[in-house]
Design a protein around this ligand. Structure first.
Ligand SMILES: [Zn+2]
Length: 432
């Protein structure tokens, strides 16, 4: 017996690609309505209920009138023919009905027009493919998403893309079919099912030294800067004295500073490791550290040194517990909204304040950046995956759990109620 479940999952559509989906829907509906008009001939004639006849008559024309792929044009025609068929059967049973008309926001996708993965879907549109991450709730276990969408025992079948005007959100209504034992043997058991969770770390030259995607504010860069300034001031005045005892004092002061700094960096690295372990992370992501001084305003040589040292500490401590540490490109990590993906420099209100100009998401700018850093590594890990039939689940570690590639906590439940954002940076605030 075939077991099919439909799972509704919110999609995280890149802001600049939303229009491509809307245009795709408009053209898909144009195909369906054109077909319905052509096929519906009641009461003067028999209605056309053959998909093949409809395709023969309309396919060329609709390909010319739209920018849709062959598969989506075909799906539009078929959708209209299905509706025509059920209209005809209603007429036969004496019910009153009329020519089908399509205006609902809905597009049919199958494996030829979409590539379904366990954490995102790639959709064919009027303007190439659009990659959309699923918004997986942090407690998906026991919900339809956990039971079917993320379950390797189920495979994707023909699904529909829908849009909710009230929340301005796209949803995939994924039809999941249970894989029977005999099909399972055909699909090899070699797919990578390893779970991946990434902790993002943003490093700063003021405020907190490190901010994680779990909302931990670690270390005190301000204090480091203050000590460094004091040290340099004292050294400067001692150097002027030029005596041998002054030289020795400078040396011992230098050693003391160095020890203090190293201790601080060890403490910070331990804290980062603890966050990673507490959240079952498999990876820790940092920004690329090579051009810190060109990139971060106010970054000095000792910051470059401190960041490099901190990275080293994290790297070897992580290795001991089997966690991988990687660097990702810092491009846009401070400008991108970790909630909706909108990327603009005006989102960055001040050094530590982020307000998304599109969705009004407001949070600590470094915390926002750390979530984007985690997401970047997830994307990299994901694109490195070989398996095609839906890969390993990839997640960012956050305060209140884990979530999908785009770090969106909003309206991720099935009732599409706008959920409270629970990922406030409230835990493990240290270093002050
Ligand atoms: Zn936003």
């Amino acid at each position: 017996m075939e077991v099919i479940r439909t799972v509704k999952v919110k999609l995280d559509v890149p802001a600049e690609r939303c229009d491509d989906l809307h245009q795709t829907k408009n053209q898909f509906i144009h195909c369906a309505n054109t077909t319905a008009e052509w096929a519906w001939r009641h009461p003067h004639d028999y209605c056309v209920t053959s998909k093949q006849k409809a395709e023969n008559a309309l396919y060329e024309q609709l390909r010319g009138e739209t920018e849709l792929t062959a598969n989506l044009v075909q799906k539009g025609i078929r959708r209209a023919i299905e509706a025509t068929k059920s209209g005809v059967s209603r007429l036969k049973s004496g019910d009153n009905t009329s020519q089908p008309h399509f205006n609902a926001w809905s597009v049919v996708y199958d494996k030829r027009s979409a590539t379904f993965h366990r954490d995102h879907v790639s959709l064919s549109t009027v303007n190439g493919r659009v990659e959309c991450d699923y918004v997986i709730p942090d407690d998906a276990e026991g919900t339809p998403i956990g039971k079917y969408l993320l379950n390797e025992d189920y495979e994707f079948r023909m699904s529909t893309l829908q849009y909710d005007r009230s929340t301005e959100s796209f949803y995939l209504h994924a039809r999941m079919r249970r894989i029977e034992n005999d099909d399972r043997e055909q699909s090899t058991a070699s797919s990578d099912t390893k779970h991946r969770t990434v902790l993002g770390v943003d490093l700063n030259v003021d405020g907190s030294l490190a901010v994680t995607s779990t909302g931990a504010f670690i270390g005190n860069a301000d204090e480091m800067n203050h000590r460094r300034r004091e040290f340099e001031k004292t050294r400067g005045s001692m150097q002027q004295a030029g005596t041998r005892s002054a030289h020795l004092s400078i040396q011992s002061m230098k050693d003391r500073e160095h020890r203090w700094m190293r201790d601080e960096l060890h403490r910070a690295s331990n804290q980062i490791l603890k966050e990673a372990r507490d959240h079952d992370c498999t990876h820790i992501a940092f920004e690329d550290l090579t051009s810190i001084r060109n990139r971060i305003i106010g970054a000095k040589r000792f910051h470059t040194w401190a960041f490099g040292r901190l990275y080293q500490y994290v790297e070897y401590k992580a290795e001991m517990v089997g966690i991988k540490v990687n660097q990702v490109s810092p491009t846009y990590t401070s400008r991108r909204c970790s909630s909706c993906g909108f990327t603009h420099e005006s989102n960055r209100q001040s050094k530590h304040q982020f307000v998304c100009q599109k969705c009004k998401y407001e949070l600590n700018a470094d915390y926002n950046a750390s979530k984007n850093i985690a997401r970047k590594l997830l994307k990299q890990l994901h694109s490195g995956q070989k398996s095609s039939g839906g890969g390993a689940p990839c997640q960012c570690a956050l305060t209140s759990g884990t979530l999908n590639l785009n770090g969106d906590f909003h309206a991720s439940d099935f009732a599409s109620v706008e959920g409270e954002s629970t990922d406030k940076p409230t835990t493990s605030v240290v270093g002050h």
